[in-house]
Design a protein around this ligand. Sequence first.
Ligand code: PBG
Length: 329
Amino acid sequence: MSEPTLYDLPIRPRRNRRSAGIRALVRETRLSPEQLIAPLFVTHLDKPVSVASMPGIARLPIPELVARARSLTALGVPAVALFPAIEPELKDEHASEATNDGGLLMRAVRALKAALPELVVITDVAMDPYSSDGHDGRVIDGRIDNDATLPILERMAVAQARAGADWVAPSDMMDGRVGAIRGALDDAGFADVGILAYAAKYASAFYGPFRDALDSAPRAGDKKTYQMDPANGREAVREAALDELEGADVAMVKPALPYLDVIAKVREALSIPVAAYQVSGEYAMIEAVAANGWMGRDALILETLVSIRRAGADMVLTYHAQRAAELVG
Ligand code: PBG
């Protein structure tokens, strides 16, 4: 008599994969439209302007923006994150246009909230789309000045809240900005406006297509003195824990797919909800391989999104929100 081997055990993991019904019952991670946030680009022009490095994505005039948000809502997607393409002549070193109550972003927020009061409208707080330097913070003598940036971010967040934003989303990675923005919102009477903090935002090559979309690439240097080093994971937990302490309502990790370990660590360490941003370059990669017929678009959309959810993200910002919602809705 020989010893029992692994093959003698009565255990057959494949039994749980026998049929679609069984697979559905044992599935550990669900993906549903209500976990998605659609990032949308806005233009002041009266026609959509397609983004070359993001096939299928365009900067939208406000009426088209409202129509797009309406169809997302109908599919069960509860939220949009807005990014305005600012005219070059309106950009300056103080990002003045970012606090203009009559500016493109504020008009877009008001139009969306008027047409779709239940839609969760998220606005980005960072100087880069409005700055002639293309940096997220104030550039003084060639350096990004953290503390000179904070009052600008505070004014920007308050202006966005005044326009009707539900969540303001600081994406600038300045130290102390979540606490500063929380204080400014509360002082201005916007205690109900939430903060979705880009808590662990990496200095990533995957933002390239986004900077094309907004023409917002830095005019000089890179963003490595404020965005995180892709080599660091523990530091992401430190950043996210600080944001939670400063009053963030949701902590975001960005990009998503190359940073699944970071999403898992941050989910484990924090008690607030965690968001992940499947960024422009992640979208572009899927579109490029799909256009070549090298891999299938829909399967990639579902697999990447479920993987981001499995890693621990409670919600995902994705340029594929509409297609994903159609697929799982
Ligand atoms: C602005 C901002 C960026 C993104 C979101 N907000 C670009 C950057 O930091 O350079 C990137 C989003 C994407 O690539 O989809 N601070």
